[in-house]
Design a binder for this molecule. Structure first.
Ligand SMILES: *Cc1c(COP(=O)(O)O)cnc(C)c1O
Ligand code: SF4
Length: 343
């Protein structure tokens, strides 16, 4: 979710010698036409009122399996609202910019951000299987960056040269959009750095395209000689169907600790009931809630914003109903801070 040069800018599959995996096929079959999406949901009569009439500058993209979890005939479905280019995106709201989180300052080598003590973040790729309307990735044309194997070397050299780094975070975009072969190459190099003890992967793929969690991926993770954490991203309990539960259970068996980050989004998860259901469902899928983010103020996302006052009341209401380990930390990203900031 960050505007630095990605290490690879790949539309899968990358390796010409690799067979196209099932998940890569499903990736390519994603729905990119908003009218087709509305038709599948029986909502074509609502097109004029729902869809942004003008170009929003950020294409729609949603895997079919994710669409199957949306409620038929419901224009307010919480999954639909996350992906549909709606009329709200064309509003010009004060304070919402195309550069909400100034991250380039933290770039210490091409594709490497080192903002927080002990952990460095690698922008592995700019690709995502889904385009989330509230994401600030909407303003960064990663696709125009060229593939950069040389960058990857420079990134590894940087990590190897800084013994304060004990955790490497693969982020993007979505790092699991890279082929498993490419991920294995990258982590083979990381495994050779003695001070790097943990690998963390930030990915929405286990939720939006659980087929990505295939035998090859599990085998790679199981063999990795490091502690493994995966931070997935779901905002609503309805995203977590049985296919997601199975994918997450198998990640768990492969030795991966699973956490979730969500974004607090108006009309999507801004009730205590929605947050409680999300936490309960996450835990049923072997995932612990980690962060609930206040929205980054990116242009085109103002209609998703929830005020701090309401956000705090929601998290207090959630705390009154759940065990402490199912209550996420409410945070916001502040440029220049030494960690995510509690709200
Ligand atoms: C969010 C972020 C992290 C991870 O922060 P945690 O609090 O450890 O989850 C690390 N590096 C960068 C640059 C980040 O933006
Ligand atoms: S998957 Fe993550 S990085 Fe990709 S568009 Fe959605 S929020 Fe942004």
């Amino acid at each position: 979710m960050i505007p630095a040069s990605p290490l690879f800018s790949q539309i899968p599959p990358a390796h010409p010698v690799e067979r196209t995996a099932r998940w890569q096929q499903l990736w390519r079959e994603a729905i990119t036409d908003p009218i087709e999406l509305l038709r599948l949901l029986g909502l074509e009569a609502h097109a004029a009122e729902l869809l942004a009439g003008a170009d929003t500058g950020f294409a729609m993209r949603v895997p079919r399996g994710f669409v199957a979890r949306m409620r038929h005939g419901d224009p307010a479905d919480p999954l639909l609202l996350q992906v549909m280019p709606g009329t709200g995106e064309l509003l010009d709201a004060p304070g919402f910019s195309t550069d909400a989180v100034a991250d380039l300052d933290a770039s210490v080598a091409p594709g490497v951000l080192h903002k927080y003590s002990g952990r460095a973040l690698l922008i592995a790729t700019g690709s995502c299987a889904i385009n989330c309307r509230y994401c600030f990735r909407r303003h960064f044309p990663y696709a125009q960056e060229t593939a950069a194997t040389g960058h990857w070397r420079a990134a590894i050299d940087h990590l190897a040269g800084d013994p304060s780094i004990s955790e490497v975070i693969l982020s993007g975009g979505d790092p699991l959009s890279l082929s498993t072969a490419k991920l294995a190459d990258l982590t083979a190099a990381l495994a050779g750095i003695p001070h790097v003890r943990r690998l963390r992967i930030h990915s929405r793929l286990p939720v939006v395209l659980p087929e990505r969690v295939d035998h090859g991926l599990l085998d790679w993770l199981e063999r990795l000689p490091m502690q493994k954490v995966m931070v997935v991203h779901a905002n609503h309990a309805n995203e977590l169907d049985e296919s997601v539960a199975e994918a997450c259970a198998s990640l768990n068996r492969a030795g991966v600790t699973l956490l979730n980050q969500s974004v607090l989004l108006r009309h999507i998860n801004d009730t205590v009931d929605a947050l409680v259901d999300l936490s309960e469902r996450l835990f049923a899928c072997s995932i612990l809630p980690y962060y609930l983010h206040q929205l980054d103020r990116v242009q085109g996302a103002a209609h998703f914003e929830v005020s701090d006052q309401v956000a705090i009341a929601l998290i207090e209401g959630t705390r009154a109903r759940l065990p402490g380990y199912l209550v996420p930390s409410l945070v916001r990203e502040i440029p220049g801070a030494t960690s995510k900031q509690p709200v």
